[in-house]
Design a protein around this ligand. Sequence first.
Ligand code: GLN
Length: 483
Amino acid sequence: MDVRTFTVSQIRSGLATRAFSAVELAEEALRLAHVENPKTNAYLTFSSERALEAARAVDQLLARGEDPGALAGVPVAVKDVIVTRGLRTTCASKSLEHYVPPYDATAVERLEAAGGVVIGKTNCDEFAMGSSTENSAYGPVRNPVALDRVPGGSSGGSAAVVAQGTAVVSLGSDTGGSIRQPASFCGVVGVTPTYGRVSRYGLVAFASSLDHIGPFARTVEDAGLLLETIAGRDPRDATSAFAPVPDYREAMRQDVKGMKIGLPKEYFASLENETRDQIEKGIALLRRLGCETVEISLAHTEYAIACYYIICTAEASSNLARYDGVRYTTRSAAAKTLAEMYKLTRGEGFGAEVKRRIMLGTYVLSAGYYDAYYLKAQKVRSLIARDFAQAFESVDAIVTPVSPFPAFRLGEKLDDPLQMYLSDIYTITGSLAGIPCMSVPCGRTRGAGSELPVGMQILTRHFDEPGMFRLAAAFERADGFSI
Ligand code: GLN
């Protein structure tokens, strides 16, 4: 039994033929995770008891001949911004070091109901703010592909555990690229579904109009299966969609001959050469599969970063007001008055990036600046969404790089927040438009030192996850990128 290479369907047949039990699998995944963690720091908390209990339940169902669920026995890791009942959820912040939620996020509830086995909570940037996982209060995550490199962020831990093989699939969150960019840096599949496709109930809010929960996996099929399990209407999140959840694996079986793919010229302007080579190789493969490619323009792309950092900081400044030392947070011991209690608690509990964003967000929402910044950014957001809508009138999917460069070295961009913000240049637009987008492994750079993974981004119309998976699965079959 090698957990590191397992897919969901291999686990299903292994359990069915009694090659191993769910408990044996969970024990092995936990053992491996404990061995690997000193190298990568990808897990913040292990949930051994919860995992073994879930695995025992799967084994009992199997013994009784009952259906144990679509994810039966599958070791899953969950980003630590997604709440888990009775299991510490820190958001990688010092302020929530001891926070133990009283409920489960809907996504967690659904994957456990399908037999999934949660083995731990993964490290990330504090409150999901960052692109390298270096903003964690508990130390950075190292990329398992090259330990001197970042795994991307903010869901760096969730990407790393799937790449190193201690979890078969994982949950991340994406506000401006935090699933796709780490997936591309670590060489795994990462999916940001349509806004509202997956309930945000239990996802700690960063920027509510942009936040998504989505899956990481080593194969397109596993990513689709996990998404199918967690997607769908949830009365506890008013923005979750009523649209029925399709059978994504059905879409994956269709071939892609005749699909029309748009290549937005703005996304190929400032790429590192080696990344460009890999993406062009990927596009050539899509053509060989019978896709037609056309150059398109998404004219407002250049405003995306500015627009995103106004909207997300505005929403963050409001969302993070709840950490006031009264409710969830560890309260400062030094405070003598109420005002001091707020100030010191927030001052001690939040890291530099979180503070920067709260200040920026408060500024852009303040009287006098609201119209000039926040309102303007909302208008630009509509223009960016309209660019996509117009493009999808003539193409079935859009293909771009995920990031202009592969995984960078730890510390390389830490002193320059603007450089760090630029690593999301190709992912932020899809988030602002709320359309489905994903990263699929598309090759490795051959440069000095390590060979670093490069991800290709596929974007489709709202709720056209089937079209996105169809293209991704055909690419995977032809390219053989599964690890
Ligand atoms: N890197 C982006 C940011 O820092 C995106 C983060 C995310 O998607 N959660 O905001």
